[in-house]
Design a protein around this ligand. Sequence first.
Ligand SMILES: C[S@@+](CC[C@H](N)C(=O)[O-])C[C@H]1O[C@@H](n2cnc3c(N)ncnc32)[C@H](O)[C@@H]1O
Length: 263
Amino acid sequence: MDPNGRSHSNQSKDAFPESVSRPENLRLTHNYRAMAASYDAMRYDGPVQEFRLAHALETIERLVQPDPGMKILDVATGTGKGALCVAASGARVIGLDFTPAMLEILRNKAKTRNREIRLVRGSAAALPFSDGEFDAVVNLNFMHLFPPIARQRIFARELHRVLRPGGRLVVELINLYQGGLMGLYRKRFVEDLGFNAPSDISKLLEPEFEVNRIEGGHFPGAWRLLYPLSKISPGASRRISQISRYRPWKYLTFNCFIQATRR
Ligand SMILES: C[S@@+](CC[C@H](N)C(=O)[O-])C[C@H]1O[C@@H](n2cnc3c(N)ncnc32)[C@H](O)[C@@H]1O
């Protein structure tokens, strides 16, 4: 089952590349090779999803603050939500992913949009980059694939290693408390998607990072209600959607974005 509640009967036939050393327990449980062709259509196509995506991209850009002088890495870039967002600034952007089919979709999107993004196939558990090479690192909608926190910290350590001191990290996590009790219900009765509780954020990132901001993404279901309003009054619906940046709402959204600084 993926974060949007769709099930994928095929377990991954992909294995980590031979050249990449990894702890045995970091196995990919979704078959992204099979999902690649429909990945964007299932998540980002359609008016409600586009409205939701626009909110996410605005959040990512504001938290990363990309500029042409920066070198930015999007880890587990997939079809490039993060990489394309920050590449618009003119920053030097690298998108890394384990699944070639996902990178191929990103290659085509980058070409169509005239964005320069270097694509690298590799594992987030052993990034093929030098220490301190990046000014900012982005990791979106990925950690839930590898619960619990002890395993997620293996990735956090790599994100920390390739960032320069003072560099910026932006992570998107799937929230256990989405919709109040909805996430707990899904975890208990539907399937544990590897949700993270807000209290996990410090366990995942500290003490190596200083957590600066935590913001909510979209509310489960509520985005559908906001969409018609966006047709009548785009400004008003945008302002309403921004309440997900603040307490207590940011702890009730489907996903949350964290901005942290490498110590
Ligand atoms: C849920 S998708 C997220 C994609 C993108 N960041 C987004 O927000 O749309 C997860 C991605 O992680 C990639 N992935 C899974 N395991 C990986 C690993 N160990 N190293 C790098 N990428 C991995 C998959 O191929 C897939 O593209």
